[in-house]
Every structure is written in structure tokens, then in C-alpha cells.
Design a protein around this ligand. Structure first.
Ligand code: GLC
Length: 393
């Protein structure tokens, strides 16, 4: 997968609880009370084009939308259940995405707390699944297949399919079928087989190596919830920026989640954060997406933890936790750079070969060490964000 930055959207009748996307189970609502929310769900301020423009302005290339979460409520006009939206909310989002050339991905939950045959003892998240003595999981699987058919044939090109909660049952025919409906679709590893890409969730890789397989990490602006909360908490943007930079420099995609309110409005505090994040992301000039690892051995590099990636004759050094000095020293380099830039500001940086006294130079035997010296970085000015240095060789 060409790695990309994307927007995750968790939205459904659970937004009306103001608690969390799994409030039905986790706050233990009774079924009648929870399912009655479907009647109240009339988002009067749903303007998906604004969502799409917001995502695009933040540099995001795709949107992954919850078509059906664990509660089983469907966000599109499916013909296989009445537990669904009164107007086709997915259609409106899909149209806006296609209009603005933002790719569309679909989230679909395997656990289903409404369907009478969905109880699955091999899987987790079954808290509110209906324990029906006559339950027949094959009927539920057919329902999933029918719904996937609707989703993958009715809404134009679909970029990725995000199954949620592995069913613990292997059946590659489902993903094969999805691929037959949408050639080129990428499928995550939470479905009926291992799919195409892994999905680390709310976790940051400890090492700096390129991901060994196609990866899409995800996190939410709110450390406790994916769905809308009336009393939200927020990760610091500093933390999110570092996570995005590190994940994407390793070659992964990053899905950043928001939870719109029941009316269809993305809370202003979330929008503000996306704006800050997007402002930084756009200044990385696409260097975090669609790159290859930089395999040159630079030896000892000062300044902080970094990941170097490559695009043609350009290397990008992503210091995802920021820099600790106004200069960077590289022990080895492939040849003198043509130019060096700080992408945060766009400014050119002075560079040259320097000598650091106190190190024995292996060639001359003198108490000095040559290094490539990049200087005059306004580090303190960009203390709140990752720092990206572009070197054109
Ligand atoms: C977890 C949560 C689920 C959420 C998903 C997103 O599995 O339990 O509610 O939709 O993460 O990746």
C-alpha cells in the first residue's frame, strides 16, 4: 500500500449516548432503550462535504467510515434490515468523497448485537450478541456477504475494507469475494483471514525499522473513545504528531479518528486539533507518504531519534520527537548535498563539512572527526512539532 494519512470516522446511534461507541454493552444499556435511539437519530446538521474538505485540507487522502459498528445499526440504506438510517448517510459521504477525490474506506463490524444469528463463541466483543438457542451463524455470514455486496457495489470505488474484531473463524472466500467486487481493494487483518494489512491500534511501534508488512495504524483524538463523548478527553497534539510522523516514516498509513455528534457535527475542539495537525502535515510536503526507506548508513547522527526516508534523489530525516539542538551532525554521508531545507518553515539551511574536536579521526589519526554539519535550525521555534530536514543529493 502506498502509505497514506487518513481520517477515521466513528458515527452511529451510539453518538446519542454521548458515552462511547460501545455504550450499549460497556455502559450496559438495556436493549429496548438502546435500540430506541434509532428513532431519535435524525442528524440535521450532517454536511459530509464539510468533513471531506476538512480531511483534504489536513492532507488526508482517504476517509474510513463506520458502516456498521458492534451495535448492528447500519449507516446505509441496506435492504437486509430495518435497523438502519432513514436516509442513506453513506451515500452522501461517498458522493462527497468522489467529488473531492478523497478515497473512501469502509469499516464493518463482525460482532453484531442486533442480528439474531450473529452470536459467535470463537470471537470477542459478544457482550450483547443475542444468545439464540436456534442461532445459526451461517445465516449471519450470508447476511454479512449480502451487506458487503451492497457496500462494495453501490458506492463507487472503495479503497480499503476495515473488518473489525476478528471472527476467529477462517474463511478466505469472503475476502476473495470482496476482491472480485472491487479489484484492487485492500483488506485489513481483522476479517475471516489475514487480509492484506495489519492494524496496530492505539499503540506505537517501539523500533524505527520499516514495517515488515503493509500496516495501517489507527488512533482516536480521544484516548478513551472512538465515538462522540459529551465529556471528551484529548491526546496532546504533540503526542499525535509524533505518532503520525513515526508511523508514516516507518512506511505505515495512519488513520486518525473523530467522533461526530448525533447531529452530524464534528466537535469544534476536534476540528481545531485536525487543523493544527493538518497544518504541520502539509508542511512535510508529502514526504511521509509513498516513500522508500533510506538505506544509507549515516553512522552516528546527532539531534534526536529520527527515521530517514527516500524519494528519488531526496532524503527526508524525520525527527519525530523534535530536535535537541540547532545543528545536526552526520558521521557518514553519500556525497555533498546539493541543498538542505527545513520543511517546517521551508527555509534553506547552511551545511558543510565540519570537524568535531575530541573524536579520533580513523583516517588521519588526529583528535578530530569529520561530519556533515547542518546548522542554524530554529529548533526552539518548532519545539511543538516533529522536525523534517530535506537533503537533496
Ligand atoms: C477497537 C474498539 C472499537 C473500535 C475499533 C477501531 O476494536 O473496541 O470500538 O471501533 O477499535 O479500530
Amino acid at each position: 500500500m502506498d502509505n497514506k494519512f487518513g481520517l477515521f470516522i466513528h458515527w452511529g446511534i451510539y453518538s446519542l449516548t454521548g458515552i462511547q461507541e460501545q455504550a450499549f454493552a460497556r455502559a450496559d444499556w438495556d436493549r429496548e432503550k438502546y435500540e430506541a435511539l434509532a428513532e431519535q437519530f435524525n442528524p440535521a446538521n450532517y454536511h459530509p462535504e464539510e468533513w471531506v474538505i476538512m480531511a483534504k485540507n489536513a492532507g488526508m487522502e482517504y476517509i474510513c467510515f463506520t458502516t456498521k459498528h458492534h451495535d448492528g445499526y447500519c449507516m446505509w440504506d441496506t435492504k437486509y434490515t430495518n435497523y438502519k438510517v432513514k436516509r442513506d448517510l453513506l451515500r452522501e459521504l461517498a458522493d462527497a468523497c468522489h467529488k473531492h477525490e478523497v478515497k473512501l474506506s469502509l469499516y464493518y463490524s463482525n460482532p453484531d448485537w442486533h442480528h439474531p444469528h450473529a452470536y459467535n463463541p470463537h470471537s470477542t466483543h459478544q457482550w450483547k450478541a443475542i444468545r439464540n438457542p436456534q442461532g445459526d451463524f451461517a445465516l449471519y455470514k450470508q447476511y454479512v456477504k449480502d451487506q458487503i455486496t451492497e457496500l462494495l457495489t453501490g458506492y463507487g470505488p472503495i479503497y480499503t475494507l476495515f473488518w473489525d474484531v476478528p471472527p476467529g473463524i477462517t474463511d478466505p472466500t469472503l475476502n476473495d469475494y470482496a476482491r472480485s467486487l472491487q479489484p484492487g481493494i485492500l483488506i485489513n487483518n481483522r476479517g475471516f483471514d489475514q487480509g492484506d494489512f495489519s492494524t496496530p491500534e492505539r499503540e506505537l511501534a517501539a523500533n524505527r525499522d520499516p514495517y515488515p508488512q503493509m500496516t495501517e495504524a489507527c488512533n482516536s483524538l480521544d484516548p478513551q473513545s472512538w465515538g462522540y463523548r459529551t465529556e471528551p478527553d484529548y491526546y496532546s497534539t504533540r503526542f499525535l504528531l509524533s505518532s503520525i510522523a513515526k508511523t508514516m516514516a516507518k512506511g505505515g498509513s495512519f488513520l486518525l479518528n473523530v467522533g461526530p455528534d448525533p447531529d452530524g457535527v464534528i466537535p469544534p475542539e476536534s476540528r481545531d486539533r485536525l487543523e493544527i495537525i493538518g497544518n504541520w502535515y502539509n508542511r512535510t510536503e508529502g514526504s511521509l507518504a509513498n516513500h522508500t526507506p533510506d538505506l544509507f548508513d549515516y553512522g552516528r547522527v546527532t539531534g534526536g531519534e529520527y527515521i530517514a526516508v527516500r524519494k528519488g534523489n531526496k532524503s527526508y530525516f524525520h525527527f519525530y520527537d523534535g530536535l535537541n539542538a540547532t545543528a545536526i551532525l552526520l558521521e557518514r554521508w553519500p556525497g555533498l548535498p546539493k541543498s538542505v531545507r527545513l520543511l517546517n518553515s521551508g527555509e534553506s539551511l547552511p551545511f558543510g563539512i565540519g570537524c568535531q574536536v575530541g573524536y579520533i579521526n580513523g583516517t588521519t589519526g588526529r583528535m578530530e572527526q569529520e561530519f556533515l554539519w547542518i546548522r542554524k535550525i530554529p529548533t526552539d521555534h518548532y519545539a511543538a512539532e516533529p522536525i523534517t530536514i530535506e537533503i537533496i543529493w
